[in-house]
Design a binder for this molecule. Structure first.
Ligand code: A2H
Length: 253
């Protein structure tokens, strides 16, 4: 990437009660899984949240006593961005592996699905974003590939204690129209390149290269307040609205 910090929109996905056992001592608190995204305009299409089962996460306190869940690396950055009571100081409440929160129910902003679930993605990187990724299978080939893996492999769901209800009802939502790729661009390239799984790294990179630039610049919103408008013209307003309504904050790294 270029010089200087990258700005991300941090999407706040509220953990619903009953909390997973590993977080039960935080009962009654406002807990959010926080996902770093470059595509706030796609949040209408969220179908689930991804965490990596074998990666470490922490829960830490914000200034207002709300709790965020993400990697310790990201939390340390946040401590220097005015998220915590004391600048640079991190108040860690709990540490656990992603596995411990798989299956957890969440309320996410803008999506039409009332409740979405925390599911496993094995390719999440430790050193980028928060380690929590919000899933938009309509427009992200990585997300679509990981969702299809779970849908077509009952043993994969079983391995992580995921029930059918957490996965099967969730379909990619047409939210953007992208020239050449239509209104489910990730699905279109997944099929075009005959991608087999989330581990098909080379093809997934190619898929991303194909759709991203077009999505960023020429895509048209199909839903929501900015329906009919170009993404590049509404991205900033949409981000502002999300922040104003408590669904997101800005995060740099
Ligand atoms: B994006 P960049 Cl619809 N490991 O959000 C793997 N991927 C991660 C990650 C991590 N630790 N942290 C964030 N990401 C994903 C939406 C989206 C994203 C769409 C389309 C493309 C896209 C929904 N998922 O990303 O290297 C997050 O997924 C294209 C790369 O900093 C985040 O935005 O550019 C993006 O990668 C940040 O990656």
């Amino acid at each position: 990437e270029g010089v200087g910090p990258q700005e991300y929109t941090l999407i706040k996905m509220k953990l619903l009660e009953p909390f997973p056992t590993a977080l039960s001592k935080l009962k009654g608190k406002n807990i959010f899984l926080v996902a770093a995204t470059l595509r706030p305009e796609t949040m209408y299409g969220q179908t689930n949240c991804w965490v990596r089962p074998d990666m470490k996460y922490i829960a830490f306190s914000l200034k207002n006593s709300d709790v965020f869940v993400c990697t310790k690396r990201a939390a340390r950055n946040m401590a220097y961005q005015d998220f915590t009571k004391e600048n640079g100081k991190l108040e860690i409440l709990l540490e656990f592996e992603g596995q411990a929160i798989i299956g957890a129910a969440l309320k996410a902003p803008l999506t039409k699905y009332d409740t979405i679930y925390t599911l496993p993605m094995l390719t999440i990187k430790e050193d980028k974003g928060t380690g929590v990724v919000t899933s938009v299978p309509s427009d992200s080939p990585d997300d679509y590939a990981a969702l299809v893996d779970l849908k077509k492999k009952p043993q994969f769901r079983e391995k992580y204690g995921i029930t059918d209800e957490m996965v099967l009802p969730f379909e990619p939502v047409p939210i953007l129209d992208i020239p050449e790729f239509g209104n489910l661009s990730a699905v279109a390239v997944y099929e075009k390149l005959k991608i087999q799984s989330q581990n098909d790294r080379e093809k997934l990179q190619e898929a991303k290269d194909l759709v991203y630039l077009k999505g960023f610049y020429d895509g048209i919103m199909l839903v929501g307040e900015y329906k009919g408008k170009k993404i590049q013209d509404v991205k900033k307003s949409l981000q502002k609205d999300l922040i104003k309504n408590g669904g997101a904050v800005i995060y740099y790294e």
